[in-house]
Design a protein around this ligand. Structure first.
Ligand SMILES: [Zn+2]
Ligand SMILES: [Zn+2]
Length: 143
């Protein structure tokens, strides 16, 4: 994948991509609407925008799915969320509190910062929010 900063996608779109990665299949627009609690016309518009940037593909009559680029980006989103959640639990927050706080600001933390934090934590593999994928920083200093 081409280089990315981690700041390409708005907080709302972060939710879309993470949801699509979690489903790991073609997802109907109506399922996305109900899961993310947004009206169908907004969902359609947001998905169109994600498609135009190459993160998702429309599958006629079935919905949308992540492209290779979308998958790789979504892996990074999970990496970022899980590293930040783990970080906050080191400073007195419960797992639930960390997850909630991180969800409010994660979209504004760059990939570069995440890689540095990840490295300083010794590349942990498990967070309070699940496994930590390291694939997204493979162009960085760690394998
Ligand atoms: Zn979480
Ligand atoms: Zn790492």
């Amino acid at each position: 994948m081409e280089c990315f900063t981690g700041l390409e996608v708005s907080p709302r779109k972060v939710d879309y991509l993470k949801f699509l990665l979690k489903k790991d299949e073609t997802v109907r627009t109506t399922d996305i609407s109900s899961e993310l609690n947004v009206d169908p016309s907004t969902t359609t518009k947001t998905l169109g925008d994600l498609a135009s940037h190459g993160y998702v593909d429309h599958v006629p009559y079935r919905g949308v799915r992540l492209t290779e680029k979308g998958k790789e980006y979504a892996q990074f989103l999970i990496h970022r969320h899980n590293i930040l959640s783990l970080l906050l639990t080191h400073y007195g927050l419960s797992a639930e509190e960390s997850c909630h706080e991180v969800s409010r600001f994660e979209a504004y933390v760059s990939k570069d910062a995440i890689e540095k934090i990840c490295a300083s934590m010794g590349h942990p593999t498990v967070s309070v929010c699940g496994k930590i994928p390291h694939g997204s920083c493979k162009m960085g200093e760690h394998s």
